[in-house]
Design a protein around this ligand. Structure first.
Ligand code: PGA
Length: 258
């Protein structure tokens, strides 16, 4: 998207298994050039945020957040705490949290509003569990987008990033086809335009996630009309992740007017 760098977000999930492993991975990722045309955001587990925050060439992202800013909520982390630490992006509504931890659309909506209110940038995950031939998954996507945005003020919407991440494509699944990702991203954009007007719909940044690797990153970035990628498994393999970043860098310089 014009004027913005391509964004590559590394979702480390609950890895590496030790702080030592996280340090090793960070060291290996140190080869990413500072002059990159790509913004690389790392989303480690909470205990490693501080460690990642020391590496200034990466943007810091959190994998989750709570919606209250203080109180007796054992185990939760408030948006201002993340902000204090230098976090820029917060992933909200990842399908693993929705599916395994009971995160509902209402919870996603509360987290989104809290994050926006704190000045952090939310990354909302949207994606169907199954693709049916008659296309009724589109109404599922529409529902997820509308419920996430319930009562969110227009002024805030262009600060939200959406990730089209079909659940069936998350590894060890197989990636969506770039054309399908393009169609779904366009549909998400149209849904937002329907709620907030064409200008906001045009401005919103949409990423793709689900089994992205060094071989398919290029086709998603070139063919899916997206602003970046959310990478899970392959973001913990430094070689593979470097390939993805290099490819995004090359595309930024060669094909995109940014
Ligand atoms: P994957 O995960 O790249 O391993 O499919 C993406 C994600 O879950 O964010």
């Amino acid at each position: 998207m014009a004027g913005k760098k391509v964004l590559i977000v590394a979702n480390w999930k609950m890895y590496p298994k030790s702080l030592q492993g996280a340090r090793k991975l960070l060291n290996e990722l140190g080869r990413i050039s500072k002059k990159s045309h790509v913004e690389v955001a790392l989303a480690p587990p909470f205990p490693y945020l501080w460690e990642v925050a020391r590496h200034k060439k990466f943007s810091l992202a959190a994998q989750d957040v709570f919606w209250e800013s203080e109180g007796a909520f054992t185990g939760e982390v408030a948006p201002p705490m993340l902000k204090d630490l230098g976090v820029r992006y917060v992933i909200i509504g990842h399908s693993e949290r929705r599916r395994l931890l009971g995160e509902t659309d209402e919870m996603v909506n509360k987290k989104l509003k809290a994050v926006l209110g704190t000045g952090l940038r939310p990354i909302i995950c949207i994606g169907e569990y199954k693709r049916d031939a008659d296309g009724s998954f589109f109404s599922f996507l529409k529902d997820q987008v509308s419920k996430a945005l319930s009562k969110v003020k227009k002024d805030y919407v262009s600060r939200i990033l959406f990730v089209y991440e079909p659940v069936w494509a998350i590894s060890p699944g197989k990636p969506a086809l770039p054309g399908d990702a393009r169609e779904a991203a366009l549909f998400i954009r149209k849904t937002i335009a329907g709620l907030y007007g064409i200008n906001i719909g045009k401005k919103v940044r949409i990423l793709y996630g689900g089994s992205v690797d060094g071989r398919n990153a290029e086709s998603f970035l070139r063919e899916s009309d997206i602003s970046g990628l959310l990478v899970g498994k392959e973001s913990r393999d430094a070689e593979e992740f470097l390939k993805i970043v290099q490819c995004a860098n090359h595309i930024s310089q060669t094909y995109r007017k940014i």
